[in-house]
Design a protein around this ligand. Structure first.
Ligand code: APR
Length: 321
């Protein structure tokens, strides 16, 4: 059986890390694509990782390009093209530049990889993934945004640190938009099946400390931007998108929080928002509706309103271009 083909559009910080992780997991051959000015970066990173492969013991072909014809036949396309945040910026400040980038990239994907699953990472995520679906015209099941896996991973890490338990035993759920209004669902987050509210009752932590962890999760991306100063997080975002790509390529049917187009679920139509989905060979195979209490629903509604605002702002920018 021929190897799968993974195209990475954007060969920057996340793109390079995606390329490395895809190889280490032997998901398939990797092609890095960037703009002509950065073709050398795409080729350089491809060659560097290819030269790592004998040491790391994996087989995968690597190449770099600025020509969309080279992504022909890709099974998965992961998009990080665009600009990241700098300190003081919100993800929403990126709309102007990144909406144009997604327009160009979407056209290239539509023409050259019409059967691929497209995973969008470019921020502001919920608006950019919606724009990608619009530009490509692909079924919504084949265009999905990476945010929830990352936000949940941050939540899981902070919880594992708080409880001094393995990260492996912490499951956590984050819903809503990928921004300050995201909704970490405490009731559905557990240590080996024990929900967080029970752990508070058991004296493992206090409600106050838990509230602080929830807020740190919401601000997780900004905390890293403030430290790095030159850009935003890239290791954990890349690993999160690779988990999604792996579930698709191996038909694992993992249940992962992702930005998916809602079609009546949660009472919402035609909007991308972070919800639990099952990812398998069919792409987004199922959107899972979990019950929310009044407080959670109020937070979710607030997040949905923020995403709607972003989508409107994106539409105006695209119409004016
Ligand atoms: N086509 C292809 N590549 C592009 C295009 C384009 N039209 N425009 C920009 N790029 C490339 C840049 O040349 C750069 O190499 O996208 C790459 C982005 O890489 P970085 O600047 O290192 O950004 P990164 O940290 O990888 O983040 C990328 O993901 O998480 C989001 O907010 C983040 O929107 C940002 C994106």
């Amino acid at each position: 059986m021929a190897r799968k083909k993974i195209a990475l559009v954007g060969a920057g910080q996340i793109g390079g890390t995606l390329a490395l992780l895809a190889g280490q997991k032997e998901l398939g051959d990797v092609i890095l694509l960037d703009i002509p000015d950065f073709e050398g970066v795409a080729k350089g990173k491809a060659l560097d990782i290819a030269q790592l492969s004998p040491v790391a013991k994996f087989d995968a072909a690597y190449s770099g390009t600025s020509n969309y014809a080279d992504i022909k036949g890709a099974d998965v396309v992961i998009v990080t093209a665009g600009v990241p945040r700098k300190p003081g910026m919100s993800r929403d400040d990126l709309i102007g530049i990144n909406a144009k980038v997604i327009g160009a990239v979407g056209k290239g994907i539509k023409e050259n990889a019409p059967n691929a699953l497209v995973i969008v990472i470019t921020n502001p995520l919920d608006a950019m993934v919606g724009l990608m679906q619009e530009v490509t015209g692909f079924p919504a099941s084949r265009v999905v945004g990476m945010a929830g896996v990352l936000d949940s991973a941050r939540f899981r890490y902070f919880l594992a640190e708080e409880f001094k338990v393995s990260v492996e035993d912490v499951t956590a759920f984050v819903l809503g938009g990928h921004g300050d209004t995201m909704v970490p669902l405490v009731r559905y987050s557990t240590v080996a099946g024990i929900p967080l509210p029970d752990l508070v009752k058991m004296g493992w932590t206090t409600q106050e400390r838990l509230d602080k962890i929830v807020q740190r999760t919401r601000d997780g991306g900004g905390e890293i931007v403030a430290l790095l100063k030159t850009g935003s997080a890239f290791y954990a975002p890349a690993a999160s998108a690779i988990a999604m790509a792996e579930s698709f390529l191996k038909d694992k049917k993992r249940l992962l929080p992702c930005a998916a187009m809602l079609d009546g679920q949660y009472g919402i139509n035609g909007l991308y928002i972070g919800v639990p989905v099952i990812i398998g060979a069919g792409g987004v195979e199922k959107i899972v509706e979990v019950a929310m209490n009044a407080e959670e629903k109020a937070m979710f509604d607030k997040s949905v309103a923020a995403v709607r605002g972003l989508v409107e702002a994106t539409k105006k920018i695209v119409a004016a271009a």
